[in-house]
Write a protein that binds this ligand. Sequence first.
Ligand code: GLC
Ligand code: CA
Length: 546
Amino acid sequence: MKHKKDWFKELVIYQIYPRSFQDGNGDGIGDLKGMAERLDYLKELGINAVWMSPVYASPNVDNGYDISDYYRIMEEFGTMEDWEAFRDGAHERGIAIIMDLVLNHSSDLHPWFQESKKSRDNKFSDYYIWRDPAEDGGAPNGWLSVFGGSAWEYVPERGQYYLHFFARQQPDLNWANDEAREKILDIVRFWNKKGVDGYRIDAISYLDKGLDGRADMSQAFGTSSCANLEGTHQYIQEMVAKTIAPDHLMTVGEVIVNTPQDAWNYTSASRGEFNMAIPFIPPIVEIETWSPTNFKKNLAETYETLKKDGWWARFLSNHDKPRQVSLYGNDGAYWKESAKMLASYLHTLPGSPFVFQGEEIGMTNIKLPSIDDYNDIDTRNYYKTMLQEGASEEEALRVSQNISRDNARTPMQWNSSVHGGFSLAEPWLPVNPNYREINVEQQLQDEDSIFHFYQKLIRLRKENPVMVYGDFQLVSETEGPVIAFIRSLEGTAWLAVHNFSEEEQKLCWDGVRADSEVILSNYSSREGRDGEIPLRAYETVIVKLS
Ligand code: GLC
Ligand code: CA
């Protein structure tokens, strides 16, 4: 597809986690053939872009985020022909293809690493980050990896340690090496030629490690120590200028955002980096710190900072987070109301909405009975660390159940037949037992379903430029569970009000009248007065002011 400069602003991006979307050959693992079979479903939902989590050859230590061959498709997912068929099917339906680029690290089984670890003086020796042991023979510094344990691993053949910010099977690539960098850019060029429309770029804040003293060595985590160094921005600018900017491909970087300025640095059009950014927050931090009040502070700040020439990736879910209705809503008594409220919040904010597979039917977290049932490497390591630190098995399991990325990765619930219609075989990760009540087939038949609510929101966005290009102004109090704002564009003004609680609330706003037109709501009736909107549990309402 040919792209104009700012086309990414009109995207609604659907994230597919291929392993869990649809099994097309009956082995219990989702694949490209299965994805292609569901393109009509995606078309019906109305989205216009798909971001697929990695589908390249991988030993799957971190489910595809450890790539052993960037030019091949993972056997379990199919062949390059299957990928091409999916691409063509998507393009025929006006759906853009966004690939996941994992360029901070490769798999330890990648041939570059296999060579690199052999000796200090071969062609690939410097493709990764190698350091001599500290004086006592231990790791070069005390950095910990994101998935637990030291970020350094010793290799006897070289008598050196290599750096891995994630699992030890995910060695960090050395972007400071000119030849390695060009080889990395070749990967992007290859996929460009294959007709990709954009990229989600994984864990990209740490390309420059700052090991020469610029990183903050006092921090425990390597990833926090060196996030967002100037060198990283230079590498990104070089990559974008050489491979992405010429064709206006869409980019969204997964980055560390400590301040609004960080977000601007990655997304300002003036800097030639990304179109938008996905800020990474570890699930445990998010569970403990999120609140509607914090959402509002963040919305106001980032809007002011980015409104001139930046843009926002809006998401409440992805493959690294708990299910949104379980985290921010109420997956019990107000399951449907809160799932719709969150949908409305997502789509009424400025920026491009990201919908993670299954959120459009309100899929929920799962509690697996034993740690052995979990697949996520992060969960398994975290559990071990908790036991080492003295937690009981019950406590460690309870925390693991809450934070596990497997909450998002259970198979898509298509219908009420065996394994939720995901596969006829035993799936690689259990289907959530609530698939008999929560599934696509049921919701397609129900006019009032969460699915149809998403469909309406996506359609509204297509038909009303105010949702894409409108200015944004918060109108609710900073404190409290109501998030309300006005979007306005050339004489049109919409008020969007969201109650993030099960208690009744009230929004007072002068411009609203009892008979103001309601564009969308998750309750069927409204008893408004002039200047006031009463809100029931998790109520969301979009009102036309002018
Ligand atoms: C990103 C991915 C996550 C992966 C990690 C390492 O955070 O979203 O799934 O484990 O990077 O590649
Ligand atoms: Ca399969």
